[in-house]
Design a protein around this ligand. Structure first.
Ligand SMILES: Cc1cc2nc3c(=O)[nH]c(=O)nc-3n(C[C@H](O)[C@H](O)[C@H](O)COP(=O)(O)OP(=O)(O)OC[C@H]3O[C@@H](n4cnc5c(N)ncnc54)[C@H](O)[C@@H]3O)c2cc1C
Length: 382
């Protein structure tokens, strides 16, 4: 069945998607085993993707992008998921960091950082989570104290994607420890040769093995006051909330692309594998289970396509984005689990993509706001 063609699905986007798919398959996917071994993505890949216009196409030309719609970024994320690159490559946090700059950065800040982010010379991370505060961001302890023309930062962050390779960290700090949410600010921290800044452990995960997830430490780190996002202290919480529809849609897009890949891989496998003298696809259980998975894939696709349209139109509300995030990531885990079962013992072997997809999927229900927090937010709107 052809999907309803929505306004964001232009011919230009289809062409971009097609060449991105080919480039990712031929040039980038073969690098994944090397990333897994190194527990990080090499810089050459960032530069190569930047040179291909495949990091931040939605930025305006003058800031290093191609002035496309946001759908080009979601298409990139999808093609990375479809080719098995995405779980290891921290494109989403890089893009989210760029969007904070686009939304709240001054012209000078945008010119300073965005072109280098689009070319892959600067890799970005977003650092919110701390050892004692994940879902409950009000409990953040990392503190930035104003001292003349600088902020002096002390504290630590954990679970930071791109943490050990990032040159630019969008850091969530308390600028006023007595003011609750209103004491939170976003500071852009250029980590290159920065005194007092230290990357801690690159954490040992059960999936997404090529993506570096790291601890960051700040010990009297001095950052110019000009690096504050939005020009006024205390706006951080509001800024984070405002960008959530974009972040959550990206996670839902990742989920639906993974669901589709799992169904495609499994369908291919059960047509080839035989047991009791016939192909697995001929067994009623296999047929029914795959029919269920294909239906979920279709429903998720229609929902996410609609979210992308609303995102492009600027009308996607936070509640709908939260629904997309929790439901699509839950379905991602359910469908991949079901698909893996059809591979039997081979499904448990890391050399089979479905096994890696199983391990990579699990975190989707945890980061970007846990699925329980998504439901809490949705419930508040009822
Ligand atoms: C691979 C990976 C990459 C990550 N990348 C980043 C990153 O780049 N930047 C970053 O800042 N963070 C990142 N994170 C951190 C992630 O966002 C947090 O782990 C997540 O927000 C949950 O916080 P927590 O781990 O402290 O869990 P907690 O907040 O301690 O939650 C534990 C459990 O309690 C539940 N819970 C908490 N509060 C409620 C409530 N009010 N109602 C119901 N249930 C509740 C949660 O849903 C969860 O099930 C990453 C994490 C991982 C694993």
């Amino acid at each position: 069945m052809e999907m309803t063609r929505l306004p964001w699905m232009t011919d230009e986007l289809a062409q971009f998607r097609h060449s991105a798919h080919r480039y990712l398959t031929e040039q980038i996917a073969p690098r994944v085993p090397g990333w897994i071994e190194a527990k990080q993505v090499d810089r050459r890949t960032w530069l190569d993707l930047g040179a291909m216009g495949m990091l931040l196409p939605e930025l305006p030309d003058e800031l290093g992008g191609s002035g496309t719609s946001l759908a080009f970024q979601t298409a990139l994320v999808e093609e990375m998921a479809a080719t098995g690159v995405l779980p290891h490559f921290g494109i989403s946090v890089h893009a989210i960091g760029a969007h904070y700059l686009m939304a709240y950065g001054s012209e000078e800040q945008q010119r300073r950082w965005l072109p280098a982010m689009a070319s892959g010379e600067l890799i970005a991370a977003i650092a919110m989570s701390e050892p004692g505060a994940g879902s409950d961001l009000q409990g953040l302890k990392t503190h930035a104290r104003r001292d003349g023309e600088h902020y002096v930062i002390n504290g630590s962050k954990t679970f930071i994607t791109n943490g050990s390779i990032a040159d630019l960290v969008c850091l969530v700090v308390k600028t006023d420890t007595t003011a609750g949410a209103k004491g939170t600010s976003l500071l852009m921290v250029d980590t290159r040769a920065l005194a007092g800044f230290k990357v801690g452990r690159v954490l040992d995960k059960i999936g997404m093995m090529g993506s570096d997830t790291a601890e960051l430490f700040f010990d009297d780190v001095r950052v110019p006051v000009g690096n504050l996002l939005g020009g006024v202290e205390g706006r951080g919480f509001y800024q984070l909330m405002e960008q959530l529809p974009f972040e959550r849609t990206i996670l839902a897009v990742m989920a639906v692309a993974s669901i589709e890949r799992a169904v495609a891989l499994t369908t291919e496998y059960v047509k080839e594998r035989t047991a009791f003298g016939k192909a697995l696809i001929e067994m009623q259980n296999t047929r029914f289970k795959l029919a269920e998975c294909a239906t979920i894939a279709r429903v998720a696709r229609v929902f996410v396509n609609d979210c992308v349209q609303r995102l492009c139109d600027g009308t996607l509300d936070s509640t709908t984005a939260s629904m997309a995030k929790w439901w699509c990531t839950q379905m991602q885990c359910d469908v991949i689990d079901e698909c893996l079962q059809h591979f039997g013992g081979y499904g448990y072997m890391r050399e089979y993509p479905i096994a890696q997809m199983y391990a990579d999927a699990r975190v989707q229900k945890i980061y970007g706001g846990t699925n329980e927090i998504m439901k809490e937010l949705i419930a508040r709107s009822l």
